[in-house]
Design a binder for this molecule. Sequence first.
Ligand SMILES: *[C@@H]1O[C@H](CO)[C@@H](O)[C@H](O)[C@H]1NC(C)=O
Ligand SMILES: *[C@@H]1O[C@H](CO)[C@@H](O)[C@H](O)[C@H]1NC(C)=O
Ligand SMILES: *[C@@H]1O[C@H](CO)[C@@H](O)[C@H](O)[C@H]1NC(C)=O
Ligand SMILES: *[C@@H]1O[C@H](CO)[C@@H](O)[C@H](O)[C@H]1NC(C)=O
Ligand SMILES: *[C@@H]1O[C@H](CO)[C@@H](O)[C@H](O)[C@H]1NC(C)=O
Length: 561
Amino acid sequence: MITSRSRRPAAGRCFLFLFFCTLSLDVAQSTNAIDIDTPIPIITVNTLAGYTTKLECDLQSSRPDDSAYLVLWYIESEKQPIYSLDLRARPLEQAKHWKNERLASRAQFDTSAASSAAFMLSNVSEDDDGIYKCRVDFRHTPTRQVRYQLNVVQLPRVPVIYANSARQYGTVSAMYDEGTDLALICEVTGGGPNLKVGWYRNGKLVESRVEHRMHHDYFYHLQLRSLSRDDHHATYACQLDLDVTPPAPPVLRNITLNLRMKPKKVEIIPAGPYLEAAKTQQLLCKATGANPPAVVTWWMNNIQLTSAEILVSKEENGTISKLNLTPAIEDDGRIVTCRAQTPLLDGGFVEDEWRMPVYYPPITNLVLGRRFTAEEIREGSNVYLECQTRSNPPIQRLTWMHNGKLLGNSRNRENRDIILANQTLVIRQIERQTAGNYTCIATNRLGESASAPLHLHVKYAPVCRRSKPLTVVVSRDQSIKLRCQFPLDVVERPRDDTATPRNVFRFRIDQHLVYTPRRDADFGELQCWALNDIGKQKEPCRFKIVKEGKSIVYRRLLYIL
Ligand SMILES: *[C@@H]1O[C@H](CO)[C@@H](O)[C@H](O)[C@H]1NC(C)=O
Ligand SMILES: *[C@@H]1O[C@H](CO)[C@@H](O)[C@H](O)[C@H]1NC(C)=O
Ligand SMILES: *[C@@H]1O[C@H](CO)[C@@H](O)[C@H](O)[C@H]1NC(C)=O
Ligand SMILES: *[C@@H]1O[C@H](CO)[C@@H](O)[C@H](O)[C@H]1NC(C)=O
Ligand SMILES: *[C@@H]1O[C@H](CO)[C@@H](O)[C@H](O)[C@H]1NC(C)=O
């Protein structure tokens, strides 16, 4: 260390000697010597402290047969050069470099390209501020000089951002409501005229208003009107660009906005196009675009469904709520609503509605046509039955059963007077055989259902149970007990008729006839006609009273009413 130091001044002295020789030589040889007092234009160079500044100096002569033989760098405040390059009798690559001890290792003269030889000074500080001059002496052409004003610039302080007057420390803002205004201020302290300050939105310069408040402080105002969805996650940067060589990265502070927003879209997603009654099914509601994630509630007919199971999953993009619903038949066509609301945000909510179709197997009810009374149906009249159905979707098929047998529109003898029309069963000229249990069965795609049986009573005039006469064998003066028989389901009613032939017995139908043949004439056929409010029995019940051991004698008919 010490030896190297002691050698340097010696080199300096040697240089000085050479220098003065050169100067005298120059003056002697050149006719157009330069005037050192002529002002040389100054090129300003701003360099950030700590960086390497580069000051260029052209070593090439304007004449091809000419060349530089001495290059000197000066700091104008100092008399002595700080750097020299001696090219006498040497090519550029072997030129002798000398530099001031103070600059030591920081200074370097890069002559690899003669036309843009560069004086490099590394790790510059404010102490290096000053005017730097390069002087190139050529053998034939006049001396050339370049001057640089070197300003060493300090890295400015990171600006301070205020959002609605609150100083921001992090890079993410507090929550601001969508639709409100936001005032951003960037406070820049210090910084010379070489500083360019601006607000950038997502990297793009936006116009701001500058206010110079105190001598060193500048305030850059950016007013954001009615924050919109687009501003969510937008980054606003207050950026300080330094006009320095070499270029340096900007100094900036940024803030990413965080907005409280209404949901953008709310959507009910049913599992299918309809629901089935009495089954638990899931409806999804997806609310997207809200920040923070929306709170989802379900409503039906303006009543909140609090009893339903609601599972909420908050994903990055929204809220999904799952409603397990067991609809009743009565819910068919009701409107189910999904409402999504951003917590703490005034200004309402966003909803989606679904008029839900509830499907169920048909509900059937079989009734007698409106004009008829169950007790008043009598043989020979026309009757119709109506199958009332409630069904969603509409019924596809309707079948009728009579006493467990399928009824058709067929033309066989039994059914000839039965017409199936839409949901009505028309029975024309009803017979007593047509009485019994009727059922209608309605079918839709969810299933089939049978109505409760309708028991149809058909009233008719009494008829005999037996089609053939009953033969009774008795002897004279023997009493027999006879009864005019008819089906039991005929309402019996005694009748008191006044107009009676002489040979007609009259008695109440619920009584037995006690008959005693006294003479031969009393043997023969007895006939009886029962009567109810529908009418008189058509064909009489017949009894053959035969005398024991004798051939049958028909003498008299006994009428029994
Ligand atoms: C740069 O210069 C500063 C003083 O100006 C000094 O403290 C620092 O050590 C230097 N850095 C280098 C790498 O030489
Ligand atoms: C915002 O600033 C932070 C910290 O200075 C930095 O890490 C981030 O990259 C910057 N973001 C943008 C978008 O400029
Ligand atoms: C959020 O939305 C974006 C674009 O709409 C999509 O690319 C991304 O996959 C979504 N993320 C989630 C978690 O759904
Ligand atoms: C009609 O239904 C009733 C009860 O539902 C039953 O007792 C009766 O036997 C049925 N009649 C016929 C003819 O099936
Ligand atoms: C069946 O119903 C339709 C519509 O309700 C009606 O137009 C049609 O006339 C009905 N048919 C009969 C045979 O009653």
